[in-house]
Design a binder for this molecule. Structure first.
Ligand code: SF4
Ligand code: SF4
Length: 208
């Protein structure tokens, strides 16, 4: 597979996404600010008094048929920037109960198309080398202690990112992950690779 990408790259030039320097080719859904009114009821209660709540939204897009949105709100929230990781950021992933889609989109950012490595973002397969613990999925009883032990085994400085509506708000199918306080939230169900990349770049103190 990687050979095919190499040959394509040699033949056609650079194939990596221009994002974040250029606007994304397919911008992620951003139902940020609601204008107008409607009797439409969001199935998971993510629209409350004309305000959109990204922590509950499952991005089903049903509301866009009924209502109109404006604005360009970011689909992530950084509570604490980690400038110590400006040169490189190693992430370790825990899936505590996902449908698999969040995993797929996160791994996409390491594909040749998005190439997160060019921003100094790497995957590690051990928490002992990790700077960031990325949590995905609803909180499951059996995984609670695993999350805590994994976080404990990471070296300082370290941070926690919750990714996807399951981990952030339970997505209407379970409980959100409550055992660890997040330094960043990445919204979406699943978040798009653009959103994940943008959030991680900002978390490490760089400007996309
Ligand atoms: S996209 Fe779906 S879940 Fe999100 S606010 Fe609209 S209707 Fe609700
Ligand atoms: S947030 Fe959505 S895409 Fe991600 S694991 Fe939950 S249901 Fe799947």
């Amino acid at each position: 597979m990687s050979n095919q990408w190499f040959i394509k790259g040699v033949k056609k030039g650079i194939l990596t996404e221009g994002f974040p320097q250029l606007p994304p080719e397919k911008p992620p859904l951003r139902p940020s600010l609601l204008i107008g009114s409607s009797n439409f009821k969001c199935p998971v209660g993510a629209l409350d008094e004309n305000k959109w709540n990204p922590e509950k939204c499952i991005f089903c897009d049903k509301c866009s048929m009924e209502m109109h949105f404006t604005g360009d709100q970011k689909l992530f929230k950084i509570n604490r920037k980690m400038n110590a990781f400006k040169r490189s950021l190693y992430i370790y992933i825990i899936d505590s109960g996902t449908c698999g889609a969040c995993n797929a989109e996160l791994f996409n950012i390491f594909s040749p198309q998005y190439d997160a490595n060019r921003y100094g973002i790497f995957l590690t397969n051990t928490p002992r080398n990790a700077d960031v613990l990325v949590l995905m999925g609803v909180e499951t009883e059996g995984m609670k202690s695993v999350l805590e032990e994994t976080y404990e085994s990471m070296p300082e400085p370290k941070c926690v990112v919750k990714m996807g509506t399951c981990a952030i708000g339970g997505a209407g199918i379970g409980s959100k992950i409550s055992s660890l306080e997040p330094d960043a939230l990445i919204y979406g169900c699943p978040p798009s690779p653009y959103t994940i990349l943008e959030a991680l770049i900002e978390l490490k103190g760089d400007k996309p």
